[in-house]
Design a protein. Structure first.
Length: 138
């Protein structure tokens, strides 16, 4: 799946996600802030994906625009939780992933790795494809 395709799917997802919203209210790392670079996690992810083929705002090395690479390099635990929850991952799995970040070291990379162990790219891709099928005309 290309990053642009995932971004199109994400744009249709609701911003408010109760588990992520609760998590984000208690975890300052990665949380959107008024006046910050993004208003919510949907905007954060769409922005990340729209720039994945080049250095973007994070001055990263260029990639091939693949959504797998984008997911595996995104360093915002609330964003990863939001994505899984918005795509329809089981609530218990999202809650478990949120708890796993609290047991991980305080670095964003460690927290995101804890989420990815429970919600790997293959699962996110399946959920995203399921969302896409919902919008296709029959």
């Amino acid at each position: 799946m290309e990053g642009r395709e995932l971004a199109r799917i994400i744009r249709r997802l609701p911003i408010e996600q109760p588990i992520t919203d609760a998590y984000q209210s208690t975890q300052p790392m990665g949380a959107s802030r008024p006046g910050g670079p993004f208003r919510d996690q949907r905007e954060h992810l769409v922005g990340w994906l729209s720039e994945i083929s080049g250095p973007g705002a994070y001055n990263r090395q260029a990639t091939n625009g693949d959504a797998t690479a984008a997911y595996n390099h995104f360093q915002c635990a609330p964003g990863l939780l939001w994505l899984a929850e918005a795509l329809g991952e089981d609530s218990d799995v999202v809650r478990h992933a949120a708890r796993a970040t609290q047991a991980a070291p305080g670095r964003a990379a460690s927290q995101c790795a804890a989420i990815r162990r429970l919600i790997p790219w293959s699962r996110v891709e399946d959920l995203a494809r399921g969302q896409r099928r919902r919008w296709l005309p029959w």
